[in-house]
Each structure stands twice: as structure tokens, then as C-alpha cells.
Design a protein around this ligand. Structure first.
Ligand code: XIL
Length: 297
């Protein structure tokens, strides 16, 4: 193929980008999106603070702009993210206990029902594990409602949208390490107890290198019976093009790796300001990283 999306499709994968609703009127941006990508993720528009700004009042205008742009062009949609310790609305940030648990369940039910049938994979829970060597959960208001909050979130999402793939998504999980092993153990436990989980997302915010066991790590999760997805790829540094090649080939080498999403289109769109970690430069020109990715597909 001559584009990322078409080439990925030939390999039975998608190639997606995180996008912002307010940029869809930028013709350079929209032209690259429409030409190159066949999946989208809302960079912020489906998060809790965006979709439920006050408790029980849901706001979908910006998320709907992304959904309709994608649907009218036949692009798949990754849902991101139903629950997360970050980007919670102010009203939820200081909640706890059973009130927060109920609010979480209602939020998942409402948002997953609203988009039922439109989302190929949902990040049900984002970034619930701690960094460092412990391999345990991150402290958060959600974690303090009880260790079962993640399985409750997945069961709730399954009930609301039975056909979406339900993913756990995190960062610093790009090799076999304490954090990724903590998540691996959770997935294994969920599978053994029948808690619904279908996929694990590897954000893959990388800086100039990738663990030599990146592919082996994807494969060990796949061997548990879940799909794996590269969900927020961006790579800084002078070795960028080579690392994009390695990551792309790793996904293609794992049959359960469904696809790759880059976290933005042009370098100027990146949340990593000044690091130029994406595939298109700030003028929308293809970078060397683009070419190495396309050639790897
Ligand atoms: C980032 C967005 O790119 C920014 O626009 C926003 O200000 C903060 O969040 N992990 C995630 C994403 O799961 O949701 C984050 O996105 C980047 C890190």
C-alpha cells in the first residue's frame, strides 16, 4: 500500500491516530488524517472530564464530531478512556467510597451505552498500575474504593456494549518489567475467573529506544488469550525512524496485535511539546519515521 492505513489493512491491522475535534477544520490536518489513517482515538474528547462535566450531565458534542468524522469515512474508532485517575471532572476528584464507585459505574454505563456498536475497542481502565519495582496498583481515589474496582469497571462495560473489545491500557509496559508483569498477573487472574477482558493496550510513549523484549512482551500477553494493541505510539530522539520500524515489525510479528495508533498527526499536534515524536513534521510533510514505518508494514 501507499498509505499507512492501506498497508496495515493488507496485513489485517489498522493504523490509527489520536485526533482532536477542534483540529478537524484544519485542512492540512484533515487531509493527512483522511489519506493515511483508518482508525481514530479521541485525544481528550471521550475522557471523564469531557463527557460528564457535572455529575449526571453528559456532554458529547466534541466526541460526536470525532465519531461522525470517522464513521462517514469508514474509519474504526478506539474509545479512550472510560475510567482513569487523571482528567476526572472536578466533582469526581474529591469523591471516594461507595459514592465514587456508583459514579464510576454510572459513567461507564452511560458512555459505553451512548457509543454502543460504534467502538471497536474501549480503554475501559487506563493507567491503574504504579511505576517502579513493586508491580502493584497505583494509589488513586478509584483504587481506594477497593481493589475490585477494575473488574467492576470491565463487567459494567461488557454489559453496556457487549460487542466492543474491552482493553486495559498503560505506559512503561513496553518490556518485561515489574509493572507489565503486575498487569500480566491481573489479566491472567481475570481470564481464570471469567472477568471480561479482551485486549491490553501498550501506550508506547518511547524515547529513542525500545526494550529488546518488546515483541516477547506483546506475545506473552497474547498467549493469555487477549489481543494486544499499540495505543499511543510516539518516539522522540535521533534514533526515531529505526525505533518506529522495530515497533511496527513487532506488532506484525504477533498475530494478536490488532493495530497501531500514533498519538497525534504532526509534531506540532503532539502533547510532547518540542520533542517532535510523530510521523509528520509541523508542516505536514512525511518524515523519515513515516517512511520507515510504511516500509515496515
Ligand atoms: C494526553 C493528551 O494528549 C493531552 O492533550 C492532554 O492534555 C493530557 O492527556 N496517556 C494517556 C493519554 O492515556 O490520554 C494522554 O493524553 C497521554 C498519556
Amino acid at each position: 500500500g501507499t498509505t499507512l492505513g492501506a498497508s496495515a489493512a493488507e496485513r489485517g491491522r489498522y493504523f490509527g491516530a489520536a485526533i482532536a475535534a477542534f483540529k478537524l477544520s484544519d485542512s492540512t490536518y484533515a487531509n493527512i488524517l483522511n489519506r493515511e489513517f483508518n482508525s481514530v482515538t479521541a485525544e481528550n474528547e471521550m475522557k471523564w472530564d469531557a463527557t460528564e462535566p457535572s455529575q449526571g450531565n453528559f456532554s458529547y458534542t466534541n466526541a460526536d464530531r470525532i465519531v461522525s468524522h470517522a464513521q462517514s469515512r469508514g474509519m474504526a474508532i478506539r474509545g479512550h478512556a472510560l475510567v482513569w485517575h487523571s482528567q476526572q471532572p472536578g466533582w469526581a476528584q474529591n469523591m471516594g467510597g461507595s459514592a465514587l464507585r456508583s459514579a464510576m459505574v454510572n459513567h461507564i454505563t452511560q458512555v459505553a451505552t451512548k457509543y454502543r456498536g460504534k467502538i471497536h475497542s474501549w480503554d475501559v481502565v487506563n493507567e491503574a498500575f504504579a511505576d517502579g519495582g513493586g508491580g502493584g496498583r497505583r494509589d488513586s481515589n478509584l483504587q481506594r474504593t477497593g481493589n475490585d474496582w477494575i473488574e467492576v469497571a470491565f463487567r459494567t462495560a461488557r454489559a453496556a456494549d457487549p460487542n466492543a473489545k474491552l482493553c486495559y491500557n498503560d505506559y512503561n509496559t513496553d518490556g518485561i518489567n515489574a509493572k507489565s508483569t503486575g498487569i500480566y498477573n491481573m489479566v491472567q487472574d481475570f481470564k481464570s475467573r471469567g472477568v471480561p477482558i479482551d485486549c491490553v493496550g501498550f501506550q508506547s510513549h518511547l524515547s529513542n529506544s525500545v526494550s529488546s523484549d518488546y515483541q516477547a512482551n506483546l506475545q506473552r500477553f497474547a498467549n493469555l488469550g487477549v489481543d494486544v494493541q499499540i495505543t499511543e505510539l510516539d518516539i522522540s530522539g535521533s534514533n526515531q525512524a529505526a525505533v518506529y520500524d522495530t515497533v511496527t515489525r513487532a506488532c506484525l510479528a504477533v498475530s494478536r496485535c490488532n493495530g497501531i495508533t500514533v498519538w497525534g498527526i504532526r509534531d506540532s499536534d503532539s502533547w510532547r511539546t518540542g520533542q517532535n515524536p510523530l510521523l509528520f513534521d509541523s508542516s505536514g510533510n512525511k518524515k523519515q519515521a513515516y517512511t520507515s514505518t510504511l516500509n515496515a508494514l
